[in-house]
Ligand binder design. Structure first.
Ligand code: SF4
Ligand code: SF4
Length: 254
């Protein structure tokens, strides 16, 4: 049984946000509902300031805090593949999961449009969904949080379950450079031009993702929470690093 995971090389990532755009298009997300995001921030003190960025998908944790707090079991860990998924039919919109997630990767978009004008007014839905854009992905599976959500539920990244779960059994890595596998690669991984993202089976010792994690000492974000993310970051060089692991300067400690 596969346990899918992602590796993101921070030394290679250019912060272009193609991953964010591809995810939004693949999954019909509303503006601001960024299941995959690139977070920008500054480091240093003026005038010695650097612009930094940090790509951040859902971590699809091994031990996800969003699952244990959900009172209706709408959020669940898929045993075949290790995805953390949502059942829109069971979600009551209490947002416990949103509060429990240490990574801020869950969205409740009913209240207020992040970007104006509200595109839901431009493409209103007559089927009880959030909106009805002219292009929609052909896959729709509310029990796995795939497709445009109804009102009153939380949404989240699915690791492109609708693609990955159809990959041939036993494949160690989903690489967009292998023609027969590229259709199964998550949208954010497939579109990354400098190839900063990799996707594979963490349960197969010989998978490329496992080798990279071992060779380049991959780290997990906020590992101290015990959530055990299935997303690893490589940050060996002098460029971006994982924020929680960065050493604090004397002024920060004061
Ligand atoms: S597409 Fe690749 S290079 Fe661009 S921001 Fe995303 S991870 Fe970084
Ligand atoms: S908002 Fe939905 S998925 Fe989240 S904890 Fe409440 S019922 Fe569960």
């Amino acid at each position: 049984m596969a346990k899918w995971g992602m590796v993101i090389d921070l030394d290679t990532c250019t912060g272009c946000q193609a991953c964010t755009t591809a995810c939004a298009m693949e999954n019909n997300r509303l503006p601001g509902e960024n299941w995959q995001d690139v977070l920008f921030y500054h480091e240093g003190t003026y005038p010695n300031v650097k612009l930094m960025w940090f790509p951040r998908p859902c971590m699809h944790c091994e031990n996800p805090s969003c699952v244990s707090v959900c009172p209706t079991k709408a959020t669940y860990k898929d045993p075949d593949g290790g995805f953390v998924l949502m059942d829109y039919n069971k979600c009551i919109g209490c947002k416990y999961c949103q509060v429990a997630c240490p990574y801020g990767v869950r969205f409740y978009v009913d209240e207020k449009a992040v970007v104006q004008p509200d595109i839901r007014g431009v493409f209103p839905s007559e089927a009880g969904r959030q909106w009805d854009p002219p292009y929609k992905g052909p896959q729709d599976d509310p029990s796995r949080g795939i497709g445009i959500q109804p009102h009153g539920v939380v949404s989240k990244c699915t690791f492109c379950y609708h693609k990955v779960s159809k990959a041939p059994k036993g494949v160690a890595d989903l690489d967009e450079d292998i023609p027969e596998l590229k259709e199964y690669v998550p949208a954010c991984v497939r579109v990354c031009a400098p190839k900063a993202r990799f996707f594979g089976d963490l349960d197969q010792p010989n998978s490329n993702v496992n080798k990279m994690i071992a060779d380049k000492r991959g780290v997990r974000l906020k590992d101290e929470t015990g959530n055990k993310p299935q997303v690893y970051y490589l940050s060996g060089g002098a460029t971006a690093s994982v924020p929680s692991l960065r050493s604090m300067s004397d002024s920060d400690k004061a």
